[in-house]
Design a protein around this ligand. Structure first.
Ligand code: BEZ
Length: 258
């Protein structure tokens, strides 16, 4: 996970390591498939782009790789440092590594980076010839119901509904074309619907992941949260009160030719 790169201050997403660890632990817990795609070999040098609190970076290091984590959030990075990881603060759009890594890995981070061509160029430069880019993030249709509910309430209340969905959720076709531009060969890519149980509920998810949308309503924020939750209940909450988010993942492995 990384921080948003939105430029307008009111749309900037911020993170707290404590809140992330309590309410978003599932992000790392559900990343088994992309870690499998990475298939770490001991001794490899791997860059974890958008490493967040380092939960997956630690796993990759424990598998024998020499890992460097990069993230934009100082608070999340402090949690990664506490796991004895080599991390640095940085923006995924401004990667300055050159020919250094056998693999670049990224989980649940690229959808926060709204200039993907710049990110891909940085990844390309960071990789050695023959290196691979293995990533998973929100794909086309990700959290579509949630975004639509926020937009609907935002419009009805005369707010800025564009704050409801700042994310980059491409289709495989669009992302594959972006990867091809610098010369990546796409080995495999696909969309994977992954309905995701929200143990701490929908309101908490909304507050953790899209605070800037709700903050625009000031003292009315709790009412707006309630309206969005009410709209979503029929499709994302079961009869026992269990919430599920409509996640769709895009997973990809691409190779820089040797
Ligand atoms: C995701 O991991 O797909 C995601 C997380 C937070 C907001 C939007 C998408």
């Amino acid at each position: 996970m990384t921080t948003a790169t939105d430029t307008a201050p009111q749309s900037r997403q911020t993170w707290s390591a404590d809140s992330y660890s309590t309410h978003a632990r599932f992000v790392a817990d559900l990343a088994g498939a992309v870690v499998d795609w990475l298939a770490v070999k001991p001794g490899e040098r791997i860059l974890d782009l958008g490493c967040g609190d380092g939960a997956l970076t630690r796993k990759i290091a424990d598998a024998g790789a020499i890992v460097k984590g990069v993230d934009k959030s100082p608070d999340l990075l402090a949690a990664a440092v506490a796991l004895s990881l080599d991390v640095e603060e940085g923006d995924g759009h401004e990667l300055s590594f050159d020919n250094e890594f056998d693999a670049v890995f990224s989980n649940a981070a690229l959808h926060w980076m709204n200039q993907p061509e710049k990110v891909i160029d940085g990844v390309w430069r960071a990789l050695k010839p023959g290196g691979r880019f293995v990533a998973e993030f929100g794909g086309h249709g990700n959290v579509a119901a949630i975004v639509t509910a926020m937009r609907a309430v935002g419009m009805m209340r005369g707010g800025d509904e564009t704050l409801a969905g700042p994310w980059f959720f491409p289709s495989p076709e669009v992302f594959a074309d972006m990867l091809a531009a610098p010369g990546f060969g796409v080995k495999r890519i696909g969309l994977f619907p992954r309905p995701t149980p929200l143990k701490t509920g929908m309101k908490v998810w909304l507050k953790v992941f899209r605070k800037p949308f709700f903050e625009q309503f000031g003292d009315d924020m709790e009412n707006v949260l309630q309206e969005v939750e009410d709209l979503l209940r029929p499709c994302l909450c079961d009869a026992r009160g269990n919430w599920t988010a409509d996640y769709v993942r895009l997973r990809v492995e691409a190779v820089k030719p040797a």
